[in-house]
Design a protein around this ligand. Structure first.
Ligand SMILES: [Zn+2]
Length: 473
């Protein structure tokens, strides 16, 4: 309709008000006095004219059924997409204000107002587009803007340079989205063709990670696309994990592999979205992640345990590591690549006090596991030391000397040497040797005490003594 005249708007409004009391029955047609019965074949329809009702659905339907309206339309489409047929396709509705156009067209009223920025609903567009698509296909009408037209495009029969029919209507107006609407009509009329045109070659042809695949570790993920693809999004369980802008499209641009080890074992949904300039397509599939278990038992020290000497550290894994490192205060001091991953940590090479010792295992698929603990290195107590010797440097000795050595730390044994030859070895404290000096040549002799610790370290002390000559008496 697109009524410009205030009087007609008022009549329509009144019609709407009365119609609210008596709702129109579905399927009821317009009064036969406000349209022209005809037996026109479908291919006699050359135009579809889009109108705006300038009123509500019930009011519009009531009004266009009323013989006083002297107007009608083939269909009225509500804002919820409800379609009311008022004039059958083979009959001629009085809708365009131009008899020649009415004769070879159908008119569709869309509920709304031409000047209302609110425009029209998606349901309304879709319902009207479906109607237009069916009519266009049946009547073999081209789907373009020369054949699907607005009321404003219908020539005024008195002045063909003017549009809007005899009353100069302007509907559907600037809030009608022609581009969107025409795309819908094409899509409904030619679903296969529409798809081809909008996705011409735009396709995810293949993916190196594919549906039903069982994956583990780090996996290369490369895809092959067809058509003008600008970028590809890689989604895992609905989250975008990478967007690649350069062909050949691949996860992380091919600089990294797709890491499945951060996912729980089981089925995961993957999605590839290939974006063109105007449209996009996608491929969705599932894979099963199946990573072997990989874990590391806690380092077998209690927190702040005192350690000394050479201490074994055993790395115990579930699963098989490719490499195991032993770290002291964050710095690698040893590593191993094969079982049994048994390290010997020489604590004497570090200062006494608190230190963090850590094991880091790396699985063949790149997973890292770590176990660390803080211990207290205390070698002061265990280090062998010679505290005192009963023989002193420069002393003169005679007869049998009871040579007693006092030590501290953990001692394995103490050796007593004379002139470079070990003459006695004591393994039990008190460490002592009864040296019969009468068997020695009188004069100076070099003595050496060696205290060998249980950890293999040695403390030693040397001294020179003089053996007295035979007693004068
Ligand atoms: Zn109109």
């Amino acid at each position: 309709m697109g009524l410009r005249r205030l009087t007609l708007v008022l009549i329509a409004a009144l019609a709407c008000a009365s119609a609210a009391a008596a709702a129109p029955q579905p399927g009821e047609l317009a009064a036969q006095t406000n349209y022209t019965q005809a037996e026109r074949p479908l291919d006699a329809i050359h135009f579809i004219v889009i109108h705006v009702s300038e009123g509500g659905f019930l009011g519009t339907v009531s009004w266009l059924r009323d013989p006083r309206a002297h107007a009608s339309a083939n269909f009225v489409v509500s804002r919820t997409g409800q379609v009311q047929e008022l004039v059958p396709l083979h009959d001629i509705a009085w809708h365009s204000g131009n008899w020649a156009v009415n004769e070879q067209s159908i008119g569709i009223e869309n509920v709304g107002f031409t000047g209302d920025p609110a425009g029209f609903t998606t349901s309304e567009y879709r319902a009207t587009a479906r109607l237009a698509a069916v009519v266009a296909r049946r009547s073999l009408m081209p789907i373009d803007r020369q054949h699907i037209i607005g009321h404003y495009q219908v020539p005024d029969p008195n002045d063909p340079t003017q549009g809007g029919g005899i009353d100069g209507h302007t509907d559907p107006g600037s809030y009608w989205k022609w581009g969107y609407f025409m795309n819908l009509v094409r899509r409904f009329a030619y679903p296969q063709k529409w798809w081809r045109e909008h996705h011409v070659g735009l396709d995810v042809r293949s993916s190196s990670v594919y549906g039903g695949q069982v994956v583990a570790g780090r996996v290369p993920w490369k895809i092959d696309v067809g058509g003008p693809v600008k970028h590809v999004a890689f989604l895992v369980d609905g989250k975008v994990r990478w967007i690649d802008h350069v062909a050949p499209f691949q996860f992380a641009g091919g600089h990294q592999l797709w890491n499945t080890t951060t996912l729980r074992n089981g089925v995961h949904k993957l999605e590839l979205r290939a974006y063109g300039t105007k449209s996009w397509t996608r491929r969705v599939f599932t894979v099963r992640v199946k990573n072997q278990p990989f874990s590391l038992a806690q380092v077998a020290f209690k927190p702040n345990q005192r350690v000394s000497g050479v201490t074994p550290i055993h790395a115990i894994f579930t699963g098989k590591p490719a490499r195991v490192a032993l770290l002291l205060d964050g710095r690698e001091i040893d590593h191993d690549t094969s079982a049994p991953y048994l390290f010997k940590w020489d604590t004497r090479r570090t200062k006494d006090g608190k230190h963090t010792i850590a094991l880091v295992g790396r699985a063949p698929d790149g997973r890292l596991v770590r176990s660390s603990v803080t211990v207290v290195v205390d070698n002061a107590d265990v280090e062998p030391k010679i505290v005192s010797s009963s023989l002193g440097d420069g002393q003169t000795v005679a007869d049998v000397q009871h040579w007693l050595v006092q030590t501290s730390g953990k001692i394995d044994h103490v050796e007593f040497s004379v002139d470079g030859v070990v003459r006695s070895s004591a393994t039990v404290a008190p460490y002592a040797w009864d040296w019969d000096t009468t068997q020695e040549t009188p004069g100076q002799h070099q003595l050496l005490i060696r205290a060998v610790g249980s950890d293999g370290t040695v403390a030693q002390q040397s001294l020179t003594v003089s053996v007295a000559g035979p007693s004068a008496g």
